[in-house]
Structures are given as structure tokens and as C-alpha cells.
Ligand binder design. Sequence first.
Ligand code: NAI
Length: 339
Amino acid sequence: TIYRPKDASLSPLSSKTILFAGYGNQARSQALNLRDTLASNPDISAPKILIANRVDSYHETAIADGFSVTGFAEGAKGADVVFLLVPDQVAPTLYNSEIGPNLKTGALVVVASGFNIFYKRLEVEGVDVGMIAPRMIGAGVRSRFLEGEGFPCFVSVENNSSGRALEMVLSLALGVGGLSAGAVECSARDETLMDLFAEQAIWPSIIVAFREAYSTLKKLGCSDEALVHEMWLSKEPAEVFEKCAEDGFISQLKYHSIVSQYGQLSTSLGMDVTALQEFFKKVAEKRILGGEFTKEFTDIDNKGGGNGMEKKLEELYAAASTSELAIGEKRVRERMGLD
Ligand code: NAI
């Protein structure tokens, strides 16, 4: 199902209290969009929009934008809707200790990512849960709304204690501008699976393909300058992906030369992909759906007094910087004065 503005109305929001927990990338854009939508629909008896935030720079931004800012527990007490828009690793402790216990029966919690719902990290029994998950960074959520274009978005209902969750989720999605480009119905499970799969299977395969291609061609005499330009500095891959979205994943091949079209099609159709299929299946079924990855991630993050992931990422960046691609690129960027 693809939901469009005609499938929703703003009236379920009448006189409600809507709390944004967090005022970061997504929260700020969505709160501003909702306020603008309501301002241009004065026939709706305006809901109250509140921000809950700890005292930090985001808190100051919310006040500068003209919102009232409250504490998490206090805000949750009076809220009909809570947009839970803090980082995913922060949300469980914050929600389970301060927000959830203070919510009234029938309140709706809206997440922008399926992760904490699918892995049952939020104690949400007894409340409605919906997902409005933009496929777009926060800045794009705001700029596309202002341009009247809308942004791609996934929506779902995960808990429907009240029986009215879908109507409410669509109403909120309409308010934040998430229906204008068509919102695709997609569960928290599927959103989590696709998101983590892209991060742990598709992009790593692309990183490895580029890294190994670089070493192979370097051994055959190609220079660092030529390789870096040929492979990504020219921005050709970015243009190809843009054409994939505009014209179609396969149809965009028609923009390439006949030599290129024949090479790409015949090779991709003829490749032995058994190992890749096995790798993809293992990532999807064991690491993501089987929960191996979240356990590994949480264990690392909890180490060293809670900054285990920071240290681990430093190690991983150091390891990634030893490849021929990384060393070659560093040399080229220095010579060209790009860094
Ligand atoms: P963000 O990183 O911009 O969040 C910052 C906000 O979280 C601030 O209000 C800050 O005060 C608060 N915060 C940070 N640490 C905190 C702590 N320890 N205790 C209390 N508050 C804390 O978050 P972002 O990127 O907007 O993500 C929010 C949700 O949106 C997540 O579920 C994310 O997966 C989802 N999402 C994010 C997208 C993006 O482009 N950033 C795209 C689509 C979904």
C-alpha cells in the first residue's frame, strides 16, 4: 500500500498534545513541518506541540524556534502522542525509565526507525505504536517540505491497543509532510532488515569490490591518480545512481556506450554468485533477524564505561586505512591539495 494525502485527515489531531522527545535532525524538521501544516489549516482546533529535551544546544535551538521545552517525564504525562526522536542507542533507557511509565492509556508512540521496536528494546505494552520513517536526512525532510515536494517515507502500525492507531499515524504523517511523496506501508521488521542489510551486506560488498579492484588494477600498472579519478573522484558512480532513481536500475544502462552495456549485462548475468548469495543469507537470517549483530554491537558499546564503540570505530578506521586504496587515495588527495 502507498498512502497519499487523500488517505488521511488532520482532524484526529484536534486538541491533542503532541510531544517531540528530542530536537535533533529528524525532530526539528518534523516539528517545524507539523507546525507549518497546522498553521495553514486553521479549521483544525490546533494541537499543542511541545518539545522534551535535556539541557544542551538542541534545547536552545527549540526555544529559539519558538517551542516550549519540557522534561521527558513531565512532557510524557500530558501527551497523546510522543515522537521518539533521539538516537536509537539512547532511546531504550530514556523511554523505559522516563517516558513510557508516564504515558496515559491510549497514547501513541511514534518512532522513525524500526530498530528498537523489532528488537523489543522499548517497553511499549499497552500503548499504541506507529512508525513514520523518512528515507531522508532531517535537513531534506524540511527542505523538501518547504519546496512542496514531500519526501519518501515508510509508515506502519506496530501496536494498536486503541483500534485507532492507523488513522492517527496517517494523520501525523500528513502533518509532518510524509504523505506528499507517497508513504509506503512497511513494518518495523522489514525496515530494520532492509536498513541493516544495506549497511552490513550491500555497502560492504561495494567497499570490498572497490578495494580489491583498486589493488588488482594497481598491480597491472594503473597509477593512483588515474584509479582514484576513474573509480569515484569523477563522481560517475553518483551520477549512475541518480539515473537509477530517475530512469530505472537497468534502463539507465542505455546512457552508457554499447561496449559498456554489453560488458555490464553479459558479465553480471554470467557471474557465479553462489558465495555472495550465501553471504547475503547469513547476514539477513543470522546476523540481523537472528539478533547476532545487535548483541555484538551492544556488548562492544557497553565496554570501557560505555564508550566501547568509540574505541572500536577508531580501531576499524585504522585497519581500513592500510589498504592500497586508502593509501593511494591519501597520496592523491595530498598532491592535489584536496585535504
Ligand atoms: P539526533 O542524533 O539528531 O538526536 C539528537 C537529539 O537527541 C537531541 O535532541 C539531543 O538532545 C538528544 N539526545 C542525544 N543524546 C541524548 C541522551 N543521552 N539523553 C537524552 N537526549 C539525548 O537523532 P536523529 O538522527 O534525528 O535520529 C532520531 C531518530 O530518527 C532515530 O530513530 C533515527 O534512526 C531516525 N532517523 C534518522 C535519520 C537521519 O537522517 N538522521 C533518517 C531517518 C530516520
